[in-house]
Design a protein around this ligand. Sequence first.
Ligand code: 5GP
Length: 207
Amino acid sequence: MRSDDFKQGSLFISDNGASKGVSRVLLTEQQVNARVQELGQTLTRDYSNREVVFLAVLKGALYFLTDLIRNVDLPLTVGVTSIERSLVDGEYNISSTIRDHSMIKGKHVVIVEDIVDTGHTIAALIKSVEEQSPTSIKVCTLLDKVSKREVEVPVDYLGFEIPPLFVVGYGLDYEEYYRNLPFIGVIEDASWDPVSELRAKSQKSNS
Ligand code: 5GP
């Protein structure tokens, strides 16, 4: 499904299987691709003559990462990290597992994220990257819901600032679906609320 084929106002459920459909396009494929290209050129300029590790957060940022690095003309390596969210004594806790962390020590690291919302995920990630003694850390995110921020985090490279909507596509999922959309679409009446999800899960397992 290309953004041009998307009929405004029509609910798109298609074969995706998710329980909610995409109601509109927020950013077209062309807008996303053009901005990713610009970001790649800016990174190339900013890190000229230096080697960079691009560290992507699984799974959503993989799509952005692969397009981004193809627009970066530098010697670079790629790493991935996964995020674990849990409730520890009722408190929301985020931890990250960096695979192959030996590649980070003494290197310039660019953390690649699909979206920053409250900022908790990036804050946890920066902390765990810092523990690996890199030379520098910068954050590059495709989308940022600035109005939802709960903790202050640096966003050094930004694709688009967006309103507080639930968005999918270009790696972002709803119930694991829609990652393959080449544009950013909106799902109305959906929200990103990991704390409530975790609470509901723990209540279920306790009952
Ligand atoms: P934060 O910790 O900043 O609140 O949340 C960042 C993470 O929340 C992202 O990596 C992503 O997994 C998820 N997220 C936040 N907003 C959205 C959204 O609108 N759509 C989707 N699919 N995921 C989101």
